[in-house]
Write a protein that binds this ligand. Sequence first.
Ligand code: NFE
Length: 466
Amino acid sequence: MATFTVIDPVTRIEGHMKIEVSIDASQGVQQVVDANVCGTLFRGFEKLLIGRDPMDAQHITQRICGVCPISHAMAAVVTLDKISRTKIPLNGLMLRNLVMGANFVESHILHFYLLSALDYIDGPAMRPWLSTWSIDRRFDKATTDVLIGHYIKAIEMKRKGQEAAAVFCGKIPHSPAYIPGGFTNAPTQEQITLFNSYLTELIDFVNNIYIPDAEALAATYNDYFSIGRGYGNLLAYGCFDEDVAGKKKLFTPGFVLNGALKKKAPVMTKISEHVKNSWYADSTTNLNPKAGITEPLYPKGDAYSWLKAPRYVKNPMEVGPLARMWMTGDYQDGISVMDRQVARAYEAKKIAEAMARWVSTVNLAAPVYKKDTVPAKGTNYGLTEAPRGALGHWVKIAGGKIASYQIITPTCWNCSPRDDAGQMGPMEKALIGTVVQDPDKPVEVLRVIHSFDPCLDCAVHVMRAK
Ligand code: NFE
């Protein structure tokens, strides 16, 4: 008979998530045979954007999350630039990239040390490290002590990543600097020098501490290269434009579907969001986000999550650093818990080194902004990537106001519930088969979950007392 284990809330993620797994011992080992991933709060940003000035979109949508706000700013302004057909100056593009790049690097450092590491090592016997799930610890004491030292250093480096971004964008999280047409702030030489000093430290930390630690984790827990694969479908929209035409990107779009790699942009009309198992009206299911509707309905039958279930050509798709690094060819070793960890670390290096290139091209004498008048009517979508994966905003403007706004976040892709056809979401599928030593302390389940770096803040937000 299967044991039913609930982890609620899942900690060391952003936002609110509950996991229910059935663990069965009939095959001689205790393994996960069923999984439900539940987003336990309603986001509602799509509703509160309706009727607002389109120019507010980047400010409001950044409030979706304190961890990846810049990607929401980017998606919002890219959408409005497309609607008004504005090509922003290269300088503005570079500043947008530099701030978003700093956000990615500090987010990856945050994930590895603060959100993930304690699945593998015990912290010191003091808050906030007190562990009750001290299972399958493989590092010796000396190595554990070094890793804890790096954990402390990571807090400082995360802060420095934020400060680096704020050099150009004024404040982070929730920067006012992203605007349709480019960027608000023309940089000074002093700012560039300051940014470079932060960047040098970040690159040093990534190359000499983060990557060696990720590789050490991978070597010590190398069985996790065959745990948590999921469907094997990957999706990336691409991001970090390197020319004003949008042809050259640091991360190129593409997808892997049923084992076949396509190095081309996903076809947007092939995305639909299912809600049969989500707390939304069934009449709104299977819609492309261009025509998407957010109609909450709670409770509802067997529905179990506030996340919708986005699908590409009806398929659940994993998004994130591994998907991005797969499309560029930088990392194609496999799809698993440990592949996600390692690809994320290598991605931090790729972005940090690209930032050094971008900052050297910033021209103090050139504009960062081109006047962009957002029309009173129009519709389009803006695609980018957030640290956790592909991010899209779909906008319709009518009478000078936002008439419709739909957002699909990376965590919606990864943590979605079952779709209308009953197919599990990518994380649910990745959990199946995970062998667990102690069903009351399923640390192995947490390792699978954390490898995706879920952010339920991005996926869900608001609840009522009832
Ligand atoms: Ni809230 Fe976010 C997600 C990222 S983009 S952290 O998922 O990265 O909405």
